[in-house]
Design a protein around this ligand. Structure first.
Ligand SMILES: Nc1ncnc2c1ncn2[C@@H]1O[C@H](COP(=O)(O)OP(=O)(O)OP(=O)(O)O)[C@@H](O)[C@H]1O
Ligand SMILES: [Mg+2]
Length: 391
């Protein structure tokens, strides 16, 4: 859980009190043993969990967090649990020692021991999963004897199979004593074939496991966030309105847009564009072609207009659109139309077009609209020096 805390928490009272009461932090036991905390990238999951940690520590809980990282599947099995075990070894060395004595396997998860595991393949294979699961369960129970324990596993959209299996085990087996779990993940990362997607559905059906959604901030909250970040020289109302419109309640986007001296008519900040464009990495070339065309249309584009502009055969266009929707890049809207799941992503894609590509697509849109071949709103992105004005 590392997130900047330059400004006070804005909003999130409902989510925080739901977490505190469900996990039994205010009065043990709560109604749930575990919470799945879902929300889009940058919406504020970590910030909320930082606040939860403070409340829990204040109430006498020990909070241990482990993070999943964006690594190749299986390259570092049980990674967040290694981080957590490392903390137990530091903070409760006697407890860790006695659990390791009962479950020698656990020692191999300890930070520093992992290298030896991967060097010795036979030994790695003998790291019996059942034993590791039971050992970690036992560890949490043992730590929970002296003080209530909150275990946080962050960013499980990046969890590998071993970590997901460990979590399934921990969710399914009750603890003796005060042990609660919170697991966060990016809901917009869970594309159709993402391995966590079916897993989350299964976990949410278990007794004692609840799902809490962190939604985008509302307009008043975004306004407060902007003002809190810009106390010295308040932004002009026009800039505030522009940021509210573009960030769509996403705290990270708000910070990025406020953080640069940003001309509302210019391209979006390059660091923000990089973060957004990562979402396109797993798309195939044809889907990318359709997504790029959609970016020229503005916030919403009809199916017929896209068909006219891309010139793709119906089946090809449908396959590409399906893939863009399943990857959470586009979403369907009313009247056989599509829009970017996040408007800023549309802008980033537009800014990323090659100059010739942009001219070609604008021309194709104009031609399709003028010929009456397709109806639709006129392309609405700003014009840029590299591209013609639309229409
Ligand atoms: N409610 C809030 N009040 C004030 N600042 C916030 C709030 N929510 C988020 N922030 C700030 O916005 C930024 C992004 O939030 P955070 O890191 O919590 O997002 P996240 O959902 O964890 O994103 P990711 O999926 O990338 O991990 C952080 O700098 C955080 O401090
Ligand atoms: Mg986070």
């Amino acid at each position: 859980m590392s997130t900047s805390r330059s400004v006070d928490l804005v909003g999130r009272d409902d989510e925080l009190s739901a977490l505190v009461s469900q996990l039994g932090i205010s009065s043990f036991p709560g109604t749930s043993r575990a919470v799945l905390l879902a929300g889009d990238a940058g919406v504020g999951k970590t910030r909320l969990l930082t606040e939860l940690r403070d409340v829990a520590v204040e109430a006498g809980w020990l909070v241990l967090a482990g993070h999943c990282l964006d690594l190749a599947e299986g390259s570092m099995p049980y990674l967040p649990f290694t981080e957590i075990l490392g903390r137990v070894l530091t903070e409760r060395p006697e407890v860790a020692a006695s659990v390791i004595e009962r479950h020698p396997t656990l020692a191999r998860l300890a930070p520093g021991r992992r290298l030896q595991v991967s060097e010795d393949r036979d030994e790695a294979q003998s790291l019996d999963r059942g034993n590791v699961f039971a050992a970690v369960h036992d560890l949490f129970e043992a730590v929970g004897q002296s003080a209530p324990l909150l275990v946080v596993v962050e960013d499980t959209h990046w969890a590998d199979q071993s970590t997901r299996d460990m979590l399934s085990f921990l969710f399914a087996r009750p603890f003796d004593g005060q042990v609660a779990l919170v697991v966060s993940y990016r809901s917009d990362d869970l594309h159709r074939r993402h391995p966590l997607r079916p897993q989350v559905a299964e976990w949410a059906r278990l007794r004692g496991v609840e799902r809490i959604q962190v939604d985008p901030l509302d307009e008043t909250q975004v306004r407060r966030l902007i003002h809190a970040m810009h106390t010295e020289s308040p932004l002009a109302e026009a800039s505030v309105a522009e940021i509210i419109d573009r960030a769509q309640g996403n705290a990270f986007f708000v910070e990025e847009l406020v953080g640069v001296s940003w001309s509302t008519d210019g391209p979006i900040p390059s660091e923000l564009a990089d973060v957004l464009l990562v979402r396109l990495d797993r798309l195939d070339e044809r889907t990318l072609e359709v997504v790029r065309a959609a970016s020229v249309a503005g916030r919403r584009v009809s199916h017929t207009l896209l068909a006219a502009v891309t010139g793709l055969a119906p089946a090809e266009l449908e396959a590409a659109l399906r893939s863009a929707v399943e990857s959470n890049v586009l979403e369907q809207t009313r009247g056989s139309a599509y829009r970017f799941r996040h408007a800023l992503l549309g802008e980033a894609v537009y800014d990323d077009l090659l100059p010739g590509e942009r001219v070609r697509l604008h021309t194709a849109f104009s031609a399709a609209l003028q010929s009456g071949l397709a109806r639709g709103p006129r392309p609405s992105w700003r014009s840029t020096p590299a591209g013609p004005a639309t229409g």
